[in-house]
Ligand binder design. Structure first.
Ligand code: SF4
Ligand code: SF4
Length: 330
């Protein structure tokens, strides 16, 4: 396989484990120092290690039911109490049996939506003979259990990639940018203070285009070789993929941007021509970065049009209108 074909590739077929939704919470308790016999019996420590070492491991949510509520074989070996815990977790996360998410995303949602286990595992203090509460339900283990679960790129590595990528931008006579990051530069322009950021190269690329309006810019689909991405705390420089929450929805932003600019992935135009098309065709980022409603957690918006439009108004180039017109008339 050629090098450019192997970047950004999915590893879901070979890097996926099945876990019951309720056990995702137990893994948090285990990580927080809790210990119960079933954790050893089910070898939860091995699953925890896997998740901590690679939060991008894909987790398939398995339960006693399929997505239409029909029984799976698990139904005949799982207790009703455990079935309830699985359904409680699925309901709170807005997920269904069989759904697959990377561990990082699941724990991000769990931290947001399941703040404690007093209700799910402790029935809010209402223990019954048939419905015993978990002895860890009112302990601190769950609360402590987020630590170390969703590690990001460390600061030294971010610095390393910042230096390398900035040098590349400095000497480049052609820029490579994932399409929607041009819009992010417009948002950046809305700021009051302009300075390089540790986690991306928006400022550097803006300056490069501002000072060289005719520089060729290649727009790509996906993070791949984008010159904005290398220092980001959520970017895997080997797989050339971002792994923080914006991973999938940013794919849509790229193709939305390309469509509005009437460009295809890999196409190259002078910076000024692309920016002119942005002013003409993308007066608002609504529909690209912000939606009418949030259909699912993975599709939540970034920022509404105000910031983006403020950036457009401030101007991309020095003497913005004249620069854009000059090139239009060529
Ligand atoms: S409190 Fe709940 S999540 Fe924690 S170990 Fe007990 S059953 Fe699992
Ligand atoms: S709102 Fe859109 S253009 Fe602005 S920073 Fe967020 S993703 Fe980028």
């Amino acid at each position: 396989m050629c090098n450019s074909c192997s970047i950004e590739l999915s590893d879901r077929d070979v890097n996926c484990v099945a876990i019951r939704p309720g056990r995702l919470l137990c893994l948090k308790c285990l990580n927080g120092g809790g210990c119960l016999p079933f954790m050893e019996e089910e070898k939860l420590d091995e699953k925890l290690k896997l998740i901590k070492e690679n939060p991008q491991v894909h987790i398939k949510l398995e339960t006693s039911f399929d997505d239409m509520g029909a029984r799976t074989l698990m139904f005949f070996s799982q207790s009703v109490q455990e079935r309830k815990r699985d359904l409680d977790v699925l309901q709170k996360l807005g997920l269904l049996p069989g759904d697959i998410r990377i561990a990082r995303d699941l724990y991000e949602m769990i931290d947001l939506r399941i703040k404690d286990v007093k209700e799910i595992c402790g029935y809010n203090g209402k223990e019954g003979n048939n419905w015993p509460v978990c002895p860890l339900a009112d302990k601190e283990f769950y609360a402590k259990g987020s630590k170390g679960l969703n590690k990001l790129k460390d600061k030294d590595l971010m610095k390393y990639w910042k230096e390398i990528s900035c040098k590349e931008i400095e000497k480049a006579d052609r820029l490579v940018i994932r399409a929607h990051h041009l819009l992010c530069i417009i948002c950046y322009i809305s700021r009051d203070v302009y300075e390089p950021l540790a986690e991306d190269n928006l400022y550097e690329l803006w300056m490069k285009m501002r000072n060289n309006p005719d520089i060729p810019v290649t727009l790509i689909e996906g993070p791949g070789d984008c010159m904005v991405c290398p220092p980001c705390y959520g970017f895997d420089n080997d797989r050339k993929l971002c792994f923080v929450g914006c991973h999938l929805r940013d794919r849509k932003k790229d193709v939305d941007t390309l469509q509005r600019l009437d460009m295809l992935p890999g196409e190259t135009l002078p910076a000024v021509e692309i920016i002119r098309r942005i002013y003409e065709n993308i007066p608002s980022n609504f529909g690209i970065c912000d939606y009418e409603y949030v259909s699912a957690y993975q599709w939540k918006g970034c920022a509404g049009p105000e910031r983006y439009q403020k950036g457009l108004k401030k101007g991309f180039f020095e003497n913005n209108e004249e620069t854009l017109k000059r090139k239009t008339n060529l």
